[in-house]
Design a binder for this molecule. Structure first.
Ligand SMILES: Cc1ncc(COP(=O)(O)O)c(C=O)c1O
Length: 451
């Protein structure tokens, strides 16, 4: 199948006029071959759609991984400085090659990888970095750690990604970089972001912490901007507990990333600049190396299952999968995210829908409780002497006045998602359970408000 057609069929769930009309008339539209398990809702005492509580487990563990840890433990080589051919340098070479970049520098977490980039690019006090409010706190932390100002731009409410127009509006004379987050493991509007960065002479740091192996226009996410960062925290689709990596092609810049990561000490053995100690250890890298081959197969399986789920939901306006931009070849499917439209569920709020679904044996959840523009760190930094010294009172007032991200607020309130690293490794029948449970609740939507 041609790439464009593949992308279209997989990802774009359009609300067809026929199904909207059918819903308006109260009839149940047909969404494919799935047999809807009808009958009483499980939460009201009926039979659940899915009897088994077991989904494919995550993190994934196999004997090869266990053996790799045992071998590294026995070797006594636990720290990267003990050997130039240990698991850390080997993983860095293999990961760079997998991502199609010349270089990789590992770190102890995704947050550390992002902060390594901020430091290596010389971004710090008095500088601003534009990023997303819909992300892990690590994204913001990586900017704050260098005492720069995270400026949060609003989202495209259908893709949950940064809105390039709002990014552009928020550029000031102090802006040094854009840190777009490829949220849910899907590409943001990267062409626009690159264009904005180029036009305004800004650096682009891809927060690819969720996007292992995903591709945009034939290139791996993380390999397209000036630098790209990954997380290998336990929940991620390539994982070692806590871990991270920076990838890039600019030798001098990647050399600086190494120096930052290595407490300011360069590959030449001289202590040259400010740098924390962000080294990955050999046990973490052993675990990562031992799962790389399998990770590719699991990535393919998640993509197949996601394509199947999206095809089953196509035309159903009650739950609309995340919109994907032209050029999206694949996603990591760390998360499979949808928008819950309550008007198609008898106006039942999301909590009731999720509770009813859980009783049917299928777990969808919200993402973070609120956008990061609504968390207390904002007041904390605005009241700190160091930020008051670095930025004028007028700039800090404008910052406060422009904090609002209404599209992000809407996304937070309506998202319903699967933590997909494990579940999307399931069988077709597992995927049918998800769709059947959703459709059963839709058929019984008139009962939802009684829950
Ligand atoms: C989008 C995003 N950015 C940054 C991070 C931080 O990575 P870590 O938890 O490895 O520090 C994460 C991790 O969840 C993430 O999902």
């Amino acid at each position: 199948m041609k790439r464009k057609e593949y992308t279209r069929r997989r990802f774009i769930a359009t609300v067809s006029a026929t199904s909207v009309a059918a819903l308006a008339s109260g009839a149940i539209p047909f969404y494919g071959k799935t047999n809807h398990a009808s009958g009483k809702l499980a939460i009201l005492g009926g039979e659940p759609v899915r009897k088994s509580k077991v989904w494919p487990a995550w993190p994934y563990v196999d004997e090869k991984m266990v053996e790799a840890i045992v071998k590294t433990t026995r070797s006594g080589i636990w720290c990267r400085i003990q050997s130039e051919t240990g698991t850390v340098p080997t993983f860095e070479k293999e990961f760079a090659s997998l991502m199609g970049t010349r270089f990789c520098v590992t770190t102890g977490s995704g947050t550390q990888a992002l902060n390594t980039c901020v430091e290596a690019l010389g971004i710090g006090a008095g500088d601003e970095v534009i990023t997303s409010p819909l992300t892990d706190p690590g994204t913001i932390s990586a900017i704050l750690t260098s005492r720069a100002l995270p400026v949060l731009a609003d989202l495209d409410p259908e893709s949950f990604q940064l809105d390039p127009d709002d990014v552009e509006r928020r550029i000031t004379e102090n802006t040094r970089a854009i840190m777009p987050v490829h949220i849910m493991g899907q590409p943001c509007d990267l062409d626009r972001m690159m264009e904005i960065a180029r036009k305004n002479n800004l650096k682009l740091i891809e927060d690819s912490c969720q996007t292992h192996l995903a591709e945009y226009k034939g290139k791996k996410l993380g390999s397209i901007g000036n630098l790209g960062c990954f997380s290998f925290q336990s929940s991620k689709t390539i994982a070692c507990g806590e871990g991270g990596a920076v990838i890039g092609n600019d030798e001098e810049l990647m050399d600086r990333c190494f120096t930052v990561m290595n407490h300011g000490t360069s590959r030449r053995g001289r202590t040259e600049m400010i740098g924390p100690k962000y080294r990955m250890n050999e046990l973490e890298a052993a675990l990562l190396l031992s799962q790389l081959t399998g990770a590719r197969e699991r990535f393919t399986r998640r993509n197949e299952n996601a394509r199947y789920l999206s095809s089953k939901l196509k035309g159903f306006p009650g739950l609309v999968p995340q919109k994907l931009y032209e050029g999206t070849d694949s996603g990591s499917f760390y998360i499979y995210a949808m928008t819950y439209n309550k008007e198609h569920f008898n106006n039942a709020d999301r909590t009731k829908f999720l509770k009813a679904l859980e009783a049917e044996g299928v777990s969808l959840t919200p993402y973070i409780p609120q956008g990061l523009h609504r968390e207390p760190w904002v007041d904390n930094i605005l009241n700190q002497k160091v930020y008051q010294k670095m930025f004028s009172p007028a700039r800090l007032q404008k910052y406060r006045d422009e904090l609002g991200c209404p599209n992000c607020d809407k996304v937070i309130d309506t998202i319903a998602m699967i933590w997909a690293s494990g579940p999307l490794l399931g069988t077709r029948s597992d995927m049918d359970d998800i769709v059947n449970a959703i459709m059963k609740i839709h058929e019984n939507r008139d009962k939802l408000n009684a829950i």
